[in-house]
Design a protein around this ligand. Structure first.
Ligand code: TRP
Length: 321
């Protein structure tokens, strides 16, 4: 069975867009791959400056993935920072990378273009990410389109390593997600920083408020409505599926069915999908000791694998016999 691995940056509490675009498809992969999903807390450190926030987000992310159905007996689930071997590999890989290749990194270049002074963590970000991947003999990395360049760098450095030192590292493939874009309440891509996100596990009341705030056109109730381009319909399709969405579209086209009705349908679909998960989330989130224990168990297994890879790597480069 091939290994699929991905990292989740704990920079926020996950929202509906993260669930539909990343969490749900990643969990579906665990049917056909050996999966390893980890919390990339040291990647978050490039931007998160508050220790309490960083701690909180790690638990938020862990409880979210577990509540959504991640089974730690099936999926290797751990915290990046618990496997220190990743930094050793980061150094070794950085010695094989030209600074020019890192200078061409989108995130680094964008920060410079905006007149910011990006920290060296942002510059080196893709090297740590390559180490994350190569440490576990990963075959496939499910990521969003924005991570494509990072994956190319990871493949480049793995190929360079193998060329120099002999076949040692597994060269991974990117699996760029084809999940449709998840629109936020204003119709543009859902994002915490834009303030258009729909929460996953807040109260039913807060969820309702977010759904009711979705922008729609304002025809009278009787008028036939065009579901094309509607944010409510797009979200409904992703939550309730194609068939249910076609029924809703037909009702809107027929007239006599208002956007308020459609929002109610969306709300019900969200409640059905998220309600039970919400309860699990709050039970887990309250129990940080349990989350620590689960992550520590994952880290133990992850380190075993990491040590084996590092043995091979050290030997290959001449650091060990
Ligand atoms: N950079 C990824 C993101 O921002 C997170 C990440 C860190 C990652 N290490 C990884 C993803 C390794 C895949 C594999 O979403």
């Amino acid at each position: 069975m091939k290994t699929a691995l991905t990292g989740i940056k704990p920079t926020n509490i996950p929202h509906l867009g993260n669930y539909l675009g990343a969490i749900r498809p990643a969990l579906a992969l665990s049917e056909s791959y050996r999966t390893a999903y980890f919390i990339a807390d040291y990647h978050a450190l490039t931007t998160v400056r508050s220790p309490t926030d960083l701690r909180r987000f790690v638990y938020d992310v862990a409880a979210t993935w577990l509540a959504c159905g991640l089974d730690p007996d099936k999926t290797l689930f751990y915290r990046q920072s618990d496997v220190v071997e990743v930094f050793e590999l980061t150094w070794i890989l950085s010695c094989l990378l030209a600074t020019g290749q890192l200078e061409r990194g989108h995130a680094y270049k964008d920060a410079l273009a905006k007149g910011e002074s990006p920290n060296a963590g942002i510059f080196n970000y893709p090297v740590l990410m390559a180490a994350d991947i190569l440490l576990y003999d990963t075959d496939l990395v499910p990521v969003g389109r924005d991570q494509k360049q990072h994956l190319e760098l990871c493949r480049d450095v793995a190929l360079r390593f193998n060329h120099l030192y002999g076949e040692t590292l597994v060269v991974p493939d990117a699996l760029i997600g084809d999940a449709p874009l998840v629109p936020g309440t204003d119709g543009t891509k859902m994002s915490k920083s834009k303030g258009n996100s729909i929460p996953l596990f807040e109260s039913s009341k807060t969820l309702k408020k977010a759904v009711m705030s979705i922008a729609t056109t304002s025809e009278p109730l009787e008028a036939p409505k065009d579901p094309e381009g509607s944010t409510v319909v797009a979200l409904y399709r992703q939550v309730a599926g194609d068939e249910a969405a076609q029924v809703l579209e037909a009702k809107l086209r027929a007239g006599g069915y208002g956007w308020g009705h459609a929002k109610q349908d969306l709300l019900e679909a969200l409640e059905a999908e998220l309600g039970p998960k919400r309860e699990r989330f709050h039970a887990l989130r309250k129990d940080e000791a349990l989350l620590d224990r689960l992550l520590a168990q994952g880290a133990e297994k992850a380190r075993e694998k990491a040590r084996a890879t590092m043995d091979r790597v050290r030997r290959a480069i001449g650091i060990r016999g």
